[in-house]
Design a protein around this ligand. Structure first.
Ligand SMILES: Cc1cc2nc3c(=O)[nH]c(=O)nc-3n(C[C@H](O)[C@H](O)[C@H](O)COP(=O)(O)O)c2cc1C
Length: 191
């Protein structure tokens, strides 16, 4: 099975505005094909179904990713995509414009096979960093708060915070504090 890339997908909302969501599609070794697995309840899924395409971004901007995960991101600088009716985030490292080739709604998560029709690079990826990875994990947990016991999430966050404190820079600290705050508000301060 192809590996998952934790990226940021932009799609066009019904009103034509950019929509951002972290998504983890499987990517083929040559990056020509993607397998997206959005929840049927997600806006990204509805946009992809309606518009037939979007843009996948490779980014190391975990602050943007954390905010987008809980629907709190302001749309950053973008330019129009070349081959799809979509939005390319110019602060990303790389991007892949894709068109939907097939859409299977029979399972709990939709399977969307897509073909990359255009790609580009803006800058180099920062590299491995445990704090960035910790924010990524915390962001995933933030999107599952309704499914997980608060005590479990609190214990995970306590572990992840150590990694952020040890290895993060200002953006990772801000991203983690933002997610902790989101969690606290969601769990009614019951940590
Ligand atoms: C790193 C990361 C990867 C994610 N991957 C997926 C995914 O593959 N499919 C999915 O439905 N949600 C995924 N999510 C959760 C969505 O980003 C989140 O539920 C989002 O709010 C839903 O998107 P929407 O704004 O399009 O409704 C992921 C979240 C993170 C932080």
């Amino acid at each position: 099975m192809d590996p998952i890339l934790e990226g940021l997908v932009t799609t066009a909302d019904p009103d034509g505005r950019p929509h951002l969501a972290p998504m983890g599609p499987r990517v083929s070794p040559d990056w020509s094909r993607l397998l997206l697995r959005p929840f049927p309840t997600s806006q990204t899924y509805r946009n992809l179904k309606a518009r037939g395409g979007g843009v996948l971004h490779v980014t190391d901007d975990v602050l943007l990713l954390a905010k987008a995960a809980v629907g709190a991101a302001e749309v950053p600088a973008w330019q129009s995509a070349e081959k799809v009716a979509g939005f390319v985030l110019t602060g990303a490292c790389r991007y892949y414009e894709f068109v939907v080739r097939s859409l299977d709604e029979s399972g709990e998560r939709v399977r969307i096979e897509a073909e990359v029709v255009h790609a580009g690079t803006f800058r180099e990826f920062f590299g491995f960093n445990r704090a960035k990875n910790a924010v990524l994990e915390a962001a995933i947990l933030a999107t599952r708060l309704h499914l997980l016991p608060a005590a479990e999430v609190a214990a995970e966050y306590a572990k992840l915070r150590v990694l952020v404190e040890k290895t993060g820079g200002p953006a990772e600290h801000e991203a983690f504090a933002f997610l902790e705050d989101h969690f606290q508000r969601h769990s009614g301060g019951s940590r």
